[in-house]
Write a protein that binds this ligand. Structure first.
Ligand code: LLP
Length: 420
């Protein structure tokens, strides 16, 4: 589908009710129950289209980071829209293959690849295994030798660049566990480039996630482009620089660089090198494309005139608020006309960190009302768990005005099948 920035899609108020691509969220909740994740196929296409348009003037590849959301239906929408994939585990490679991807469409990242994952990636012949250490390069080479093949590898470099993001999702400082120190990378890459079992195809870097500024990305890009130049002097030529993911989204209306601005900043740094530019966006593709529908199960007053609004979903369905103090907008899918009151919107899990929002101004909802937690398409369902024996939620895809279940709700038998 050609990218059309004017096309309205996603979650919004249509008349007096919240909708996804025009479909009322209350109708979906009534049909499938809550908690439920709802995705907008049009938004995923729109976001991928924005990235493709931004990079159109320069050789590039967009590898969607499966870790953000690897529901098969989501991945199939990404594939149909022309996105390639970044897998972070053997499981994500399997999902990519089932979604119809070829090995050459997959890059494998991961700070702790198991022998089985390395073997699988080498046997399949993925586009690049982003190696995290010289020891891992040795292990990849040994597998390639045993399999009498040549493994395509890139080296993940730690650029020692600070990013203005949450410490838990910043990865580019020398104290972080990711990649090899930039100062050691040249020698390691030169060695790898000289090995017959390896095709040394690229340099990889990922600074942080949910970045709202472009400067750390520019710095990281400049560092790997400089390294690629040094390697050329060493007669090691690479095909691409992979600059990872990291572009943030506006959870609370904060200003965020557009896909165009992001692409322009990276292209400006990489263009003089002529190297193909690879990126691995996750959140920026699917974050705004998903919402978590959850029902109010209790409403009770607390001291100071505030209220607790207790939901049927909590940190087991959406971990981001508990884990990072992350902000997500919370709306009543059928807003009431009453005056807003101050609410702490909480989950049902027996932990005090199980809070979706503090001091939110909402019309006091009735028990049974459905609320939508917005911008939950990335790292929502993907990080859900069975904590407190909650079932993994049902997932719904809205596409072209219709919707369908793309993952049924887990049953207790599903949970126990591996235990009995
Ligand atoms: N590439 C690599 C090597 C990564 O580590 C990541 C994210 C990405 C790409 C995609 O980054 P994105 O474009 O989505 O920012 N659970 C956290 C986010 C963890 C991100 C981990 N790595 C959250 O909910 O905010």
């Amino acid at each position: 589908m050609p990218y059309n920035a004017g096309f309205m899609c996603g979650f919004g108020l249509t008349g007096s009710a919240w909708t996804c691509d025009g479909v009322p969220l209350s109708a979906i909740a009534a049909a499938v129950g809550t908690p439920a994740y709802v995705y907008s196929a049009a938004t995923i296409r729109d976001r991928l289209g924005a990235f493709s348009a931004g990079f159109a003037s320069y050789p590039h590849a967009i590898h969607y980071a499966l870790k953000a959301n690897s529901n098969l239906a989501v991945v199939r929408v990404v594939r149909a829209a022309g996105g390639l994939v970044d897998a972070n585990s053997g499981g994500e490679i399997d999902v990519a293959l089932r979604a119809g991807y070829a090995p050459g469409d997959i890059v494998l990242t991961g700070v702790g690849k198991t022998p089985a994952e390395i073997d699988r990636a080498v046997a399949l012949g993925v586009k690049a295994i982003n190696a995290e250490s010289s020891g891992e390069l040795d292990r990849i080479a040994a597998v390639a030798r045993a399999r009498q093949t040549i493994a395509r590898v890139a080296l993940r470099v730690n650029p020692d660049v600070a990013a203005d993001s949450h410490p838990h999702i910043s990865t580019g400082l020398s104290t972080h566990k990711f990649g090899v120190p930039i100062g050691a990378a040249r020698a390691i890459a030169r060695q790898a480039g000289a090995r017959g079992e390896l095709a040394f195809v690229g340099l990889h870097v990922h600074v942080a996630s949910q970045m709202l500024g472009l400067e750390p990305l520019r710095q990281a890009a400049a560092a790997v482009v400089g390294l690629a130049r040094e390697l050329r002097d060493d007669h090691v030529t690479v095909e691409h620089v992979d600059l990872g993911g990291g572009l943030g989204i506006a959870y609370d209306g904060e200003p965020v660089p557009s896909a165009d601005q992001y692409a322009a900043a990276l292209i400006e740094v990489v263009r003089p090198s002529g190297l193909t530019l690879v990126v691995e966006p996750g959140r920026a593709i699917v974050g705004a494309a998903g919402a978590l529908l959850t029902s109010v199960v209790d409403v009770k007053p607390q001291s100071g005139g505030k209220w607790f609004v207790v939901l049927d979903a909590g940190m087991s369905e959406l971990m981001r608020p508990a884990l990072y103090g992350a902000y997500h907008r919370i709306v009543l899918v059928e807003p009431r006309a009453t005056d807003p009151v101050s609410c702490d919107v909480v989950g049902p899990i027996c932990e005090s960190s199980d809070v979706f929002g503090v001091d939110r101004r909402l019309p006091l909802p009735a028990v049974g009302a459905v609320v939508a937690v917005l911008d939950a398409g990335a790292y929502g369902s993907a990080m859900a768990s069975n904590y407190n024996r909650h079932a993994l939620p049902v997932e719904v895809m809205v596409d072209a005005g219709a919707w369908r279940v793309v993952r049924r709700r887990q049953t207790i038998d599903d949970q126990l099948v591996c235990e009995e």
